[in-house]
Design a binder for this molecule. Structure first.
Ligand code: SAH
Length: 211
């Protein structure tokens, strides 16, 4: 894997119109995907499709990750909750986007993946991500409220207690649906009880598991 392979992917995502924002482009450039894939998939690290990890998890397709990051519109210093760490790639990209004053908390139910993600993230120099080995179905109220919450696992709904963990004015992204395809849904918290919803299209994520 060379820097050229990553540069080609970034260039492709920009030409496709998925990657737009300077800070996100810098994140993709500085947090290279090959650090987050299994050794046997190294040759395909920069292909625009998901790749298997362990325990049935996958590292998402780069264009999906870029698409979600553009809608998340992360700002420096924000506190972000991710549910479904997987490889840690998205968590590290978000950590890069929010800068040193920001903080990402990412929840992963599988110990092997939480440890894998921590090792991967530490290779990148991004140091503001905390991976917790935990069932994320109820969010993580201990560190709430968050200005952004992102699910990278499919859920049939977002529970009220997770919505409560979002700041007013904050954004939540979740792939919602129980079949093998989900509607990526964006919710902006207008006030304590009201959310502005936007449907961003159909995607496929691995389903949330419970402990
Ligand atoms: N964002 C990841 C991809 C996530 S794949 C990346 O960048 O690589 C979805 C992950 O969610 C899997 O690792 C799976 O083990 C995890 N997961 C499934 N159910 C979960 C739950 N209830 N709580 C936390 N993590 C869960």
């Amino acid at each position: 894997m060379t820097n050229d392979d990553n540069a080609r992917l970034v260039d492709f995502l920009e030409r496709e119109g998925v990657l737009k924002t300077k800070r996100i482009i810098e994140a993709f450039t500085n947090v290279p995907r090959h650090m987050f894939v299994l050794e046997e998939n190294m040759d395909n690290a920069y292909a625009d499709y998901p790749l298997p990890l362990m325990k049935g998890a996958t590292i998402s397709q780069p264009s999906t990750v870029a698409f979600m990051l553009e809608y998340l519109n992360l700002q420096p210093g924000e506190k972000v909750l991710e549910i479904g760490t997987g490889s840690g790639w998205n968590a590290a990209l978000m950590g890069y986007c929010i800068g040193k004053k920001g903080n990402v908390i990412s929840l992963e139910i599988e110990k092997a993946l939480a440890e894998f993600a921590e090792r991967n993230i530490s290779k990148t120099g991004v140091s503001n991500v905390t991976v917790l080995c935990k069932d994320g179905s109820g969010g993580y109220s201990e560190k709430a409220p968050y200005s952004r919450i992102v699910y990278t696992v499919a859920v049939d709904e977002v529970p009220v207690n997770v919505l409560e963990q979002l700041k007013i004015g904050g954004i939540l992204l979740a792939p919602i649906g129980i079949d093998n395809v989900q509607v990526l849904t964006m919710m902006e918290k207008a006030d304590k009880k009201r959310f502005k919803k936007k449907y961003l299209g159909y995607f496929q994520f691995v389903p949330m598991r419970s402990s």
